[in-house]
Design a protein around this ligand. Structure first.
Ligand code: UDP
Ligand code: UDP
Length: 473
């Protein structure tokens, strides 16, 4: 038997993995990265994070700063983007443009990663950058993993969609997509840009989806009890043959730094402290505005008509640095006065995980962004899903199938002209607040989530397997 290797003190441990994270842009993408990095930092690994300044939004800058402040051992690898002419894509979303700018600069990443000490052993990147980052990692003989920011259902769509296009008649429109072993996704549930394969988003989506199978593994913020069918089909190669290792390691916990970054949380939480148990509807549609102002006014009318207490996180712009209209401008005169005492509306960044964990919250009216779904699942709070766009309807299929909540499938989403009336919203909110069975199902999911991340649970075990894989590099 070979003698054990004895290392001199001070000599770097050659077996200790060094993981270089290459995140993308947008809080929905960055928060899961930060949370996963926080969780991984308690294991025996070195961590570096590729960082691009300036960020698109102020919230992104705040959270990057908090990460490096709270985890001093994590190295920051500054990365400079090449000049990028956005006029090529008139009207494109600023976050999508940042993804494209990142993708076009990714070849400059190879020397950055090759130059780190101790030597890098693995790269973990965002799906939006995968088709550029995976080849770089492979050239450097490093493991490459994807940290996927959405559900296993969405992962199955992302990896199967290129196969679906290859097999369909090239002239035919994109239709329903029947993902082998997972489920049929109706055409109207797909992220809207996927219906047009010439769109920038769709080109990226297809290239990145094809690359997935060439990676060493995918990390997903989900857990086996939440998405048993999609996870099994990914793992056994039913979705795409030869699929890499799947590590279902969620739900992630927020970092202490997020609580600090939330300047309004104290007032929102102080207000919640004064409300009776399970009496408050928490309303939030993600970190940017995804609802027309006309629809926002109907939501206001619905909340008022429901008679319920509510806490509403209202975003009025896509990027928080933009000039923003005030709450009063959007919701109209008199609303705040009429609901005084039973309703709170804030535009600030809040600590959503703390809010969902508060005993006063009885329902979450949400756009069903995946991070929000997993946070509701972890808290065991019923979610009333009103998808707005992107992957939200795919996420809503999981909300409905898992017991986290109820999906209003016929409510409109971005690009559909009609608005859902305040009367209908108010009725549904009131009904769900009174529904004991819905509450019970959500609570059960919360128990499963806690079991998954506890020692010996499926997500805990998956995390240990991921770390073992890193060590085998
Ligand atoms: N979030 C938060 N405070 C806010 C707004 C958003 O903590 O004021 C967090 C929320 O908890 C979630 C993430 O931002 O973790 C939003 O991600 P999600 O996938 O739900 O939606 P997106 O914003 O990407 O559409
Ligand atoms: N996505 C993907 N490949 C890509 C770009 C995005 O699979 O190249 C996925 C992403 O993980 C998310 C969905 O497509 O689940 C929509 O992306 P986006 O961040 O725009 O979502 P939104 O914030 O609009 O919900």
């Amino acid at each position: 038997m070979a003698p054990p290797t004895v290392l001199n003190s001070g000599e770097p441990d050659a077996r200790r993995p060094h993981v270089v994270f290459v995140p993308s842009a947008g809080m929905g993408h960055l928060l899961p990265f930060f949370r996963f990095i926080g969780a991984l930092s308690s294991h025996d690994v070195d961590i570096s994070v590729v960082t691009v300044f300036p960020t698109v939004s102020a919230a992104e800058a705040d959270h990057f700063a908090a990460l490096f402040r709270d985890f001093p051992s994590i190295r920051r690898l500054d990365f400079h983007l090449l000049p990028f002419d956005a006029s090529e894509f008139p009207g494109a979303d600023q976050f999508l443009l940042r993804w494209e700018a990142l993708r076009r600069s990714m070849h400059l990443l190879a020397p950055v990663i090759a130059g780190v000490t101790p030597r890098a052993t693995a790269v973990v990147t965002d799906i939006t950058l995968l088709s550029h980052v995976n080849p770089i990692a492979k050239d450097l003989h490093l493991q490459c993993h994807v940290l996927f920011i959405s559900s296993a259902a969405m992962m199955s769509l992302a990896s199967y969609f290129p196969v679906y296009l290859d097999n369909k008649d090239a002239q035919a429109d994109v239709g329903d997509v029947d993902i082998p072993g997972v489920r049929l996704l109706k055409r109207s549930w797909l992220p809207q840009p996927l219906l047009d394969v010439s769109k920038l988003f769709t080109k990226q989506f297809i290239e990145n989806g094809r690359e997935m199978v060439k990676t060493d593994g995918v990390l997903i913020n989900t857990f086996d009890a939440l998405e048993p069918v999609a996870l099994a089909a990914l793992r056994d190669g039913t979705v795409v043959r030869g699929f890499p290792s799947v590590f279902a390691v969620g739900p992630y916990s927020s970092l202490a730094s997020e609580t600090k970054a939330a300047d309004a949380e104290s007032s929102a939480l102080v207000w919640l402290n004064q409300q009776p148990a399970r009496s408050v509807v928490y309303v939030a549609f993600g970190n940017r505005c995804t609802v027309s102002h006309e629809q926002l006014r109907e939501i206001a009318a619905g909340l008022e008509a429901s008679g319920c207490r509510f806490l509403w996180i209202l975003k009025t712009t896509v990027v928080d640095r933009d000039e923003a209209a005030g709450v009063r401008d959007v919701l109209g005169d008199g609303f705040l006065e009429r609901v005084r005492g039973r309703g709170m509306v804030t535009k600030a960044w809040v600590d959503q995980e703390a809010i969902l964990g508060h005993p006063a919250v009885g329902l979450f009216l949400s756009h069903s962004g995946w991070n929000s779904v997993t946070e509701a699942a972890a808290a065991g709070v019923p979610l009333l899903a009103w998808p707005r766009g992107g992957d939200h309807r795919v996420a809503a299929t999981v909300v409905a199938s898992s017991g986290v909540g109820v999906w209003m499938e016929h409510w409109s989403w971005d690009g559909e002209e009609w608005v859902v009336s305040g009367e209908e919203i108010g009725k549904k909110v009131k009904e769900m607040m009174a529904d004991a069975a819905v509450r019970e199902r959500a609570a059960k999911v919360g128990e499963e989530a806690a079991k998954a991340v506890a020692e010996g649970g499926t997500s805990h075990t998956s995390m240990l397997e991921f770390v073992a894989k890193l060590k085998a590099a």
